[in-house]
Write a protein that binds this ligand. Structure first.
Ligand code: PLP
Length: 453
């Protein structure tokens, strides 16, 4: 399988190169050159295949660079440690209402599906090329911990994650600092997430330093993350009773448009889906887009669903490329216009089979309460956005993107009880290991030189 850039000005590359580059040289995002049709046998399964087996069936369509046995082993190692043997179990709440639980990975959020595989692919790449790497990033919480757990104890890679001390939750900090892995360097800084991000940018933009230190990012727009996330849509579908498979809606709490785009991609490959509902919080740029065809980011307003507090949805460029009928030059022109003017009006915008909803902070709290009352089921504040407006007389599958125990305060406000999870309780018994560094590029640079592989 080859991968092309959404901006059409880079050469096609294979799986290895699309994975290791993240971003294409022309600034675009990689997409598969052609989307294969799903083998129909996958769609008529009466019983879901084991998760790793399904992941192999799907991912081997896209990774034709690895030896099949090697890929199979990487997949087993990525999903074998999930606490629920189903990895992504479907819970039925009502006649036609289901929740797809994506929070059984090591950091209790769906990002583990992408980053567990990415971690193993990094290790494989380092072994294959003989080049060790230093991963550098800044986090406001969730992505950093999923990346750390994807790379903890992997050979040939040290991981440096900056985070704003005192501005992330206690649990998030524990998830990053209690790994007991000696290749993980969580770096608390005095300042905000943006300060951390600015330091990372400055060091990454110093090309000779980047080369000397073999710096790499855990790129949020890596195509492999998207492909890995495609698998659970298929897995969900095959867990539905045959009678419920005729008109299926997936309702997806959305920030960067990565998760819902993965579902849409599988639909393009033949998964029968009626609609994808893009559920936003009060940061509703994507809601506005699907209502009006206008994409105009504003300022982020912090919400109860912080992992969806995003204004520029980086994966949207991939949808735009398909919307432009795979015209890279047109997509490039639009992204340049977007960069110039800070907004985009898409001519003849066709929302395809997307719908959109937005949920305020008050509604998030109210939805958590209502779901508990109606179904005796507790949802996290991100997942709560999916319950805002549920279509009637169709099969609805709401994606539960994180475990409620990651957000105990807001849940307690809503329903008067504090959710827990054995994974998080165990973290509380472990020692935090941090590497405080002064919040300047010079100090972080010196720390990397001293501690890099
Ligand atoms: C990242 C995240 C989201 C948003 O997912 P996107 O792929 O950015 O749309 C939603 N919920 C949780 C819990 C997340 O961590």
């Amino acid at each position: 399988m080859e991968y092309v850039s959404t901006r059409g000005a880079s050469d096609p590359v294979g799986f290895f190169d699309a994975f290791s580059a993240g971003l294409a040289p022309d600034g675009g995002l990689y997409v598969p050159k052609n989307l294969p049709l799903l083998p129909s046998s996958l769609l008529v399964e009466e019983e879901p295949l084991p998760y790793a087996a399904l992941a192999w069936d799907f991912l081997s369509l896209f990774d034709t660079d690895h030896d099949p046995e090697v890929l199979s082993d990487l997949i087993d190692r990525s999903y074998g440690n999930f606490s629920d043997t189903m990895s992504a179990p479907l819970q039925q709440l009502d006649d036609d209402l289901y929740v797809l639980e994506l929070f059984h990975g090591p950091t209790l959020a769906f990002k583990d599906f992408g980053l567990q595989l990415i971690g193993n692919l990094f290790e494989d790449q380092i072994a294959r090329t003989g080049t060790p790497l230093n991963v550098l990033g800044a986090t406001s919480g969730d992505t950093g911990s999923a990346a750390i757990h994807g790379l903890a104890n992997k050979k040939g890679v040290n991981v440096f994650i900056l985070y704003p001390e005192g501005r992330i939750s206690e649990l998030q900090e524990r998830q990053m600092t209690c790994t007991e892995a000696d290749n993980i360097f969580p770096i608390p800084i005095q300042g905000t997430f943006d300060d951390g991000q600015a330091i990372v940018k400055e060091l990454m933009n110093d090309l000779s330093f980047k080369k000397e230190m073999r710096l790499s990012a855990v790129n949020s727009i890596n195509i492999v993350r998207i492909l890995a996330q495609c698998v659970y849509y298929l897995h969900a579908y095959t867990q539905l009773p045959q009678s419920a498979r005729d008109s299926v809606n997936f309702i997806v709490p959305t920030g960067n448009f990565g998760n819902v785009f993965a579902g849409w991609l599988v639909h393009q490959m033949g998964l029968p889906v009626d609609t994808f509902d893009v559920s936003t919080n009060q940061n509703d740029i994507l809601f506005q887009l699907f209502k009006t065809g206008k994409y105009s980011p504003g300022k982020v307003t912090p919400s109860h669903a912080p992992s969806m507090d995003i204004q520029v949805a980086s994966n949207f460029e991939r949808f735009l490329y398909y919307h432009n009928e795979k015209n890279g030059a047109q997509t490039k022109a639009m992204m340049e216009e977007f960069k110039r003017s800070g907004g985009l009006e898409i001519p003849n915008f066709n929302a395809s089979n997307f719908t959109a909803t937005r949920t305020t902070d008050e509604d998030i709290v109210e939805n958590i309460r209502l779901v508990k009352e109606a179904y005796d089921y507790v949802v996290c504040p991100h997942t709560a956005c999916g319950f805002q407006q549920i279509p009637e007389n169709e099969t609805n599958v709401i994606l539960a993107t994180a475990h409620p125990a990651k957000f105990p305060d807001i849940i307690e406000d809503a329903i008067g009880e504090r959710p827990t999870s054995p994974v998080l309780e165990k973290l509380k018994t472990k020692e935090k290991v941090t590497y405080p560094v002064e919040a300047t590029p010079e100090a972080v640079r010196a720390f990397l030189v001293e501690n890099g592989v």
